[in-house]
Write a protein that binds this ligand. Structure first.
Ligand code: MG
Length: 454
């Protein structure tokens, strides 16, 4: 459904659906475009209570807001809370409650005598929320969440105890820490916003954002200019994503801010996205109303303490598991590094080679030139000098002639020595023959023993 533009030049569209799993729709919505009031409520508290609570919230917002123009939003919310709480005296409705996220033009909160005295007090645009229904701002193609969820997991994420990713699968993700109607008092967050022409506000229940990613939401808001069509498309996407909860969406477009942005900017210290920290936050934190979704009963105070303890315990156990995983990972990494170190050490010292130690041939343990930090060491000096090494060995020994074992290297040295001996013997024979020619044959037998002795 879509309504026409108003004097404030807002245009809005909405859609709601039971989803694919639930038998009833406990969400409810209010869209009064002419009065600039938009509400999404997500009821909880059993088969009947949730539906009654969200419906009561919508009806009360409509009644009070229309009838009492100068009432502040805080007062409206307090009255809605009181009425639902009173109605829960009925045993069949005991413990019922509802979230509410509200976008409204309201008079400034009468926090000064001056504001009270004004017959036509200045107005500004506010987002208010209790529970985990959300308001987003879609501006210049970017989606910004304006509200903080009042839920156990959102508190843990804000405290840095768990990540957003862990929150998605957290066993306590359904527990909300503030709700309308469960306790006599409620503390809403109020977020002043600074509307700019072209802005698009999105109000929704958790049935949307638990099924549809921010990117998908942005794409739909970018693609469909009609707010009603955009709302219908978002509900369709949530159903396509599983539809495990009721889904409610309101899309509000700022067609013309009519000077409100300028006035609001002057009145409020908003940030560049048009929002600021809550104007009124819950001073009680966890001690404020806490309830659960429609698929679980509302918790008593002792159960709330238990739930909070369990949530902290879960976070602590998660950190412990993380610590153990980090330790095991560190041991594995050290094992791999140690193994690599040992392998290189073994590989660098497992072989031998014959090479030069200065001008003397030696057997080395290791690899020619070394391997990383493993330098070769001299295993055996052979006494063979570079000058006496037969030429055919020179290149191999200079490069380092490798062998699988010390015994194999020694055999290689033996071959060198044998060759040296053969060369010397041949040289001696040649010398003897040359020098003996002019002499008598008997002189050669006197030279030979000298060479052999070498
Ligand atoms: Mg829900």
């Amino acid at each position: 459904m879509t309504t026409q533009p108003t004097k404030l030049a807002l245009r809005a569209g909405a859609a709601t659906d039971r989803g694919q799993v639930r038998t009833a729709n406990q969400d409810a919505l209010l869209m009064l475009t002419d009065l600039s009031l938009f509400v999404v409520a997500d009821g909880m508290g059993g088969a009947k209570g949730g539906e009654v609570a969200s419906r009561m919230a919508i009806d009360t917002f409509r009644e009070i807001y229309v009838d009492a123009g100068a009432t502040t939003l805080t007062e409206v919310i307090a009255e809605v809370n009181r009425r639902i709480h009173d109605a829960s005296d009925d045993p069949s409705l005991r413990g019922m409650g509802t979230t509410a996220v509200i976008l409204a033009i309201v008079p400034e909160e009468p926090d000064s005598e001056t504001a009270d005295a004004l017959a036509d007090p200045p107005q500004h645009l506010l987002v208010a929320n209790v529970g985990d229904s959300r308001a987003y701002l879609f501006r210049d193609g970017g989606l910004t969440q304006l509200t903080d969820d009042h839920s156990v997991v959102a508190e843990l994420v804000r405290d840095g105890q768990i990540t957003s990713k862990e929150a998605e699968a957290h066993p306590q993700r359904n527990i909300i820490t503030r709700v309308l109607g469960v306790y006599p008092e409620v503390h809403p967050d109020l977020w002043p916003v600074d509307p700019v022409r072209g802005d698009r506000y999105l109000l929704c229940s958790d049935g949307l954002f638990n099924e549809v990613s921010d990117d998908q939401i942005s794409a739909a808001l970018r693609r469909l200019s009609d707010p009603g069509e955009a709302a219908e498309e978002l509900v369709r996407l949530a159903n396509e994503g599983g539809g495990r909860d009721n889904i409610t969406v309101i899309v509000v477009d700022v067609i013309d801010d009519a000077g409100l942005a300028t006035r609001a900017s002057a009145a409020l210290a908003g940030d560049q996205h048009g929002s600021s920290r809550p104007a009124a936050s819950d001073p009680l934190g966890f001690s404020a109303a806490l309830g659960t979704r429609a698929d679980a009963p509302v918790l008593s105070r002792s159960a709330r303490r238990e739930a909070r303890r369990a949530a902290h315990k879960e976070a602590k156990q998660r950190r412990t598991r993380l610590t153990w995983r980090a330790l095991v990972f560190a041991v594995l990494v050290l094992g791999v590094i140690g193994g690599a170190f040992a392998t290189i050490q073994w590989y660098g010292t497992s072989t031998y080679y014959v090479g030069f130690d200065a001008d003397e041939v030696a057997i080395f343990r290791g690899r020619p030139g070394g391997l990383l930090w493993v330098d070769p060491s001299i295993e055996l000096d052979t006494g063979i000098l570079r000058d006496e090494l037969p030429p055919r060995y020179l290149a191999a020994v200079t490069a380092g002639h490798q062998h699988a074992s010390l015994a194999e290297a020694k055999v290689y040295i033996s071959n060198i020595e044998r060759d040296i001996e053969a060369v010397n013997r041949a040289a001696t024979t040649t010398t003897t023959t040359t020098t003996a020619a002019p002499s008598s044959p008997s002189s050669s037998s006197a030279t030979t023993p000298t060479v052999t002795a070498n």
